[in-house]
Design a protein. Structure first.
Length: 416
């Protein structure tokens, strides 16, 4: 990995923000734009409900995310393996700016159109999805292999901080600022990322890379299927998110268990706080050699914490357990990211990253559907507790089914 085209090796060694100017610029640019995106997401949901008074109309916004995430991520991953990844990410950012400006222009109308909210959000989601494979696979070309853990943690800081701070800022801005200026602010937040991407060196495709096509996409899926470590941790995370994802039940938990609907925001924020702590204090993770086993154990920790949350009657305990769940999930996410960087060859990394992001995006939605359906048929507690237990059992079974994952040793880079 350290001989890949891109930033010279001398600049990639050491702590990423200190030793790699290209990574540092990109990280700061993405951090700002991600907060802007989170603010705009909340603003869009607020505006949709204000215009329609329909929770269904708000819920349908999720389709503008889900459809591109399930399709364009894989296509974009194939393109990322065949072209200059920095240029593909530039297209991504420009498309997202266009969508934000469209939302701002619509908000400036005396009578904003509901259908345009869906159209411009679809443009934003599609642009993001087509470039996310390039975005997530360029790190090995910007930092040294020994910095993968630190770089993965730093990338997680931006998303977790945005998930915590973005909604909080949005609540303040919606109260005092006209919506069109919030959307324009989101468009402006991409400026740093645009500059950072424009200043990147050419991140050339591998000479062995396949041209983007249905055949190359199929080759990416075949690679994942035949690579037991990658397939194993994909399935461990999918298991955890499908059986142990109860966030759809948070509004009902806030009302029926804790008697205050306003507490729901704290329930949603608690896992992100736990994850943010991991991202900020991730230094000890670089000493973890058995990273595959670490993924299995920390995904199991998520399940244990969720099951405990199902029994929690005190609000502070519920928040603590959700924070612990996010803590475990984030450790798992960082370890998975590092293993992916080390195992997947350069010419396949864009496609595998796209497939991974598709899995990461889709599994929680399926999990929320499962949790909601089971809670409707039984009870909140039964749905949450059995989901957590099923997560732990599934992790144990997958550990047995994929011994290569459990045996994976970062010091020897074992892959089979």
């Amino acid at each position: 990995m350290t001989d890949e085209p891109g930033v010279p090796a001398a600049e990639r060694r050491g702590f990423p923000l200190r030793r790699s100017p290209a990574f540092r610029r990109l990280w700061f640019g993405q951090a700002v734009s991600f907060i802007g995106t989170e603010i705009a997401e909340v603003t869009l949901a607020y505006q949709m409900y204000k215009l329609t008074g329909s929770t269904l109309a708000v819920g349908l916004i999720s389709l503008t995310h889900l459809v591109p995430l399930l399709t364009l991520t894989v296509i974009g991953g194939a393109i990322a393996d065949a072209v200059d990844r920095s240029r593909l990410m530039l297209v991504q950012q420009l498309g997202m700016i266009g969508g934000s400006i469209g939302l701002a222009a619509n908000a400036a109308l005396s009578h904003p159109h509901v259908w345009l909210l869906y159209v411009f959000q679809l443009l934003i989601s599609s642009s993001f999805s087509i470039g996310v494979g390039a975005q997530r696979s360029m790190t090995p070309q910007l930092v040294d292999e020994h910095s993968f853990m630190a770089a993965s943690a730093l990338n997680s800081v931006t998303s977790q901080f945005g998930a915590v701070a973005g909604p909080a800022f949005a609540g303040i801005l919606i109260k005092y600022v006209d919506l069109k200026w919030i959307y324009f602010g989101d468009a402006a937040s991409y400026a740093g990322a645009i500059v950072a991407v424009a200043l990147l060196p050419r991140l050339l495709a591998s000479p062995d890379a396949d041209r983007a096509s249905l055949r190359s996409i199929a080759a990416g899926f075949r690679y994942v299927r035949r690579q037991p470590v990658i397939l194993g941790f994909f399935l461990v995370d999918t298991n955890a998110m499908i059986f142990g994802m109860p966030s759809a039940l948070f509004p009902a938990v806030a009302v029926h268990r804790f008697g205050d609907a306003a507490l729901v925001g704290y329930l949603y924020a608690a896992p992100a706080v736990g994850a943010l702590i991991v991202s900020l204090l991730s230094g000890p993770l670089r000493h973890v050699r058995r990273q595959g086993l670490g993924v299995v154990l920390t995904a199991s920790l998520w399940g244990v914490a969720i099951a405990g949350f199902g029994f929690a009657q005190q609000f502070w305990l519920a928040l603590l357990l959700l924070g612990l769940a996010g803590f475990g999930d984030q450790i798992s996410a960082i370890l998975r990211s590092v293993m992916l960087y080390r195992i997947a060859p350069t010419e396949m990394l864009g496609r595998v990253s796209g497939i991974e992001f598709m899995q990461v995006a889709a599994a929680p939605s399926i999990g929320n559907l499962e949790a909601g359906a089971l809670a409707s048929a039984t009870s909140l507690r039964f749905s949450i507790v059995t989901g957590g237990v099923a997560c732990v059992v599934g992790c144990a079974l997958l550990g047995l089914a994929f011994p290569a994952l459990v045996r994976y040793d970062a010091s020897s880079r074992a892959e089979t």
